[in-house]
Design a binder for this molecule. Structure first.
Ligand code: SF4
Length: 324
């Protein structure tokens, strides 16, 4: 099966694949006239994620994450193109530095699927030729950096050769002791994540390795995500998860409790629950701070402390995430 058969770029083909059994779900998520057939942030969904929707206990939640809604076209006061201040923190074409002695690499524009609430949906991604060389050159002149975070897009969407070159370029710099990868591939494209396993297994011998997955709903976790997380954990990676609190997707105590418990069964600890970043086109996903705090209070009663994520918001220019 080639890659083209594993992703949908056309909404019509995606809906056809979901089939008549999903018709009522689709109509609930995007009633007549509310589906945006030509969204500014292009549609992309993996076949794996479509299969998750088909077998989900709450398919509407997963569909909302992926299906463009006309509400994305609304201009809402306070929602901007660069909500977390990536652009002023840019240090080189692919390097962002917001925090002392830590650097984030926007390693690729490509994702396994496109989330409609993405905080970088308006980010001016460039095709960066030779990310490895650029990162290596930048680290040559920044010997105080001890943690490098690979972000994107999704860093595991780099080809195996490019990904290895990037990691090798970082490993040349002895100051970097921790490598962190932010990825949504365990739930979006586990097949692609597995392509990197030979290298991922080697890395804990060279760095402290942290993988921060992005999972928002328990129905996103299945036996394939379990396989990816299990292999990483066995290899010595620390596994954490961050979620975004999203209206109509995971804004209930039942869903958040189930998510934390299911993550734990797959070897992953809940880390952050983010309040929505105010990117243009995502306002319809917002949950109020008052409701967000009430949800955290409720799951605190239901779960041990190690399964309760920290409720935070990213404020552009701040030196850390801000507790809500
Ligand atoms: S995977 Fe991450 S970067 Fe890609 S669309 Fe989703 S939230 Fe945005």
């Amino acid at each position: 099966m080639d890659d083209a058969t594993k992703v949908f770029t056309q909404i019509s083909a995606f809906l056809e694949y979901l089939g008549p059994e999903c018709a009522a779900t689709i109509a609930n998520v995007t009633p007549q006239g509310e589906l945006d057939h030509s969204p500014k942030f292009p549609f992309l969904c993996s076949r794996h994620y479509a299969d998750l929707i088909r077998k989900a206990t709450e398919p509407e939640a997963l569909l909302r994450e992926i299906l463009p809604h006309i509400a994305e076209r609304e201009n809402v006061a306070g929602f901007v193109d660069d909500p977390v201040g990536d652009l002023p923190a840019g240090k080189a074409d692919c390097v962002i530095q917001k925090y002392d002695r830590r650097a984030l690499i926007v390693s690729t524009a490509t994702c396994g699927a496109r989330c409609r609430f993405c905080f970088r949906k308006n980010y001016p991604f460039q095709n960066i030729p030779d990310v490895a060389r650029q990162v290596g050159d930048w680290l040559d002149t920044h010997s105080d950096i001890w943690e490098v975070i690979l972000s994107g897009g999704d860093p595991l969407m780099l080809g195996p050769g490019e990904f290895r070159d990037l990691v090798e370029a970082i490993a040349m710099h002895g100051s970097v002791t921790t490598l962190r990868i932010h990825t949504r591939l365990p739930v979006m494209r586990p097949d692609v994540a597995m392509q990197h396993f030979e290298l991922l297994r080697e890395l804990p011998a060279r760095f402290e390795c942290v993988l921060v997955s992005h999972v928002d709903h328990p129905d996103e976790l299945d036996e394939e995500s379990q396989m990816v997380f299990g292999q990483l954990k066995y290899s010595g990676w620390t596994l954490l998860n961050q979620s975004v609190l999203l209206k109509g997707i995971n804004d209930s105590a039942e869903t958040l409790e189930k998510l934390s418990r299911k993550l734990f069964t797959q070897g992953v600890l809940p880390y952050y629950l983010h309040q929505l970043d105010h990117a243009n086109g995502v306002a319809h996903f917002e949950v109020s701070d008052e409701n967000a705090r009430a949800l955290i209070e409720e799951i605190r009663k239901r779960l041990p402390g190690y399964l309760v994520p920290k409720l935070v918001r990213e404020i552009a220019g701040e030196k850390s995430k801000t507790p809500v």
